[in-house]
Write a protein that binds this ligand. Structure first.
Ligand SMILES: NC(=O)c1ccc[n+]([C@@H]2O[C@H](COP(=O)([O-])OP(=O)(O)OC[C@H]3O[C@@H](n4cnc5c(N)ncnc54)[C@H](O)[C@@H]3O)[C@@H](O)[C@H]2O)c1
Length: 307
């Protein structure tokens, strides 16, 4: 038995080098043609180049997910190219932020617009295309563990991601009569497995910079609760220790589940949430897993550039 997306067309928003590009790659590996969106044209093109290296047919459709005219235009571009869209992955987002006491209203508004309204606009226009063409498609919206739990110094991010979870339940009711499915996938802290991204991170580290020095998001430079902010609440997050299976998930791990969710086998699944998190969300909150762990099976690499 074989899960495949042969003949299907996928549109992935926010196809930056980490999860978006990874999901685009995996949908392509399972047989879909993939349109890669990002507000940064170079990020959309980098995803296309990665897919093409892997033998996957792909196009770049740069644009801002929170601008309705741009969304309509890039959706049309995909339809003009391939005639139909069967899969939508709503991945574009701005991470980070600040405490409810520090966050600027402008940044709050922008984060809600991109993270939540972007899901609405893309679902609306791809959904209309699916309904008008009787396509029983699949839409996946990327939430976050920060949509289910409170993360300090991230008021806009947590609020928008929590909103996505309820958006999906409501949209599932609107789309179900048309045979269209919509679900959330909940990533957690993710271990990148895109070799280009890993190399860029190493170069940034060698320059004495950190994760946020990477040009991997237009507004991410201000992300993640700066300690300098007046009301920053401190605290730490120890991802590696707290994951029961002992390893953080990669975009490849997510991609297998998302591809299956977009396959015809998942025909009755809508309004649900999925995660691949090494047991993180299932964990009794005060439980600290043992330091010594056997670890999971090794990752089966899917990007031919990594072989
Ligand atoms: N990486 C993680 O640890 C993690 C954890 C939980 C959830 N997530 C979620 O998974 C998704 C992908 O995460 P990632 O780590 O790859 O994020 P990322 O920041 O690396 O990528 C997001 C991409 O969205 C693009 N983008 C931002 N604003 C946009 C706009 N207005 N229009 C179009 N594109 C826009 C950015 O340019 C970037 O390339 C996001 O929704 C994120 O919130 C990530």
């Amino acid at each position: 038995m074989d899960v495949n997306l042969n003949g299907k067309v996928a549109l992935v928003t926010g196809a930056g080098p980490n999860i978006g590009s990874g999901l685009a790659l995996m949908l392509g590996k399972y047989g879909a043609k993939v349109a890669c969106n990002d507000i940064r044209p170079e990020a959309a093109q980098a995803a296309v180049t990665r897919l093409e290296r892997n033998g996957i047919e792909a196009i770049a459709i740069p644009g801002d997910v929170s601008d309705e005219a741009q969304v309509k235009a890039y959706v049309q571009k995909v339809v003009d190219r391939w005639g139909h869209i069967d899969i939508l992955i709503n991945g574009a987002a701005i991470d980070g932020g600040a405490s409810v006491l520090d966050f600027d209203y402008d940044r709050w508004t922008r984060q809600i617009m991109v993270n939540l309204s972007g899901n609405f606009l893309n679902t609306k226009w791809v959904g209309r295309h699916m309904v008008d063409n009787k396509i029983k498609g699949s839409i996946v919206c990327l939430a976050s563990t920060a949509g289910w739990q409170g993360r300090a110094n991230s008021i806009g991010y947590c609020s928008s991601k929590g909103g996505i979870i309820q958006f999906v339940r409501a949209a599932a009711m609107d789309l179900a009569p048309h045979g269209i499915r919509i679900n959330t996938f909940t990533p957690t802290a993710t271990q990148p497995d895109n070799v280009q991204m890993i190399a860029a991170r190493s170069r940034a580290a060698a320059r004495g910079g950190g994760w946020y020095d990477l040009p991997d998001g237009p507004e991410r430079a201000n992300a993640a609760g700066q300690p300098g902010q007046k009301y920053h609440t401190g605290g730490t997050a120890d991802f590696a220790t707290m994951v029961p299976l002992g390893e953080l998930p990669t975009p490849t791990d997510y991609g297998h589940v998302v591809a299956w969710l977009c396959s015809d086998y998942a025909r009755l699944i809508t309004g649900s949430d999925f995660n691949v998190d090494g047991g993180a969300l299932a964990k009794y909150w005060p439980y600290v897993p043992p330091a010594e762990k056997a670890g999971p099976l090794p990752l089966i690499k899917m990007d031919v550039t990594e072989m």
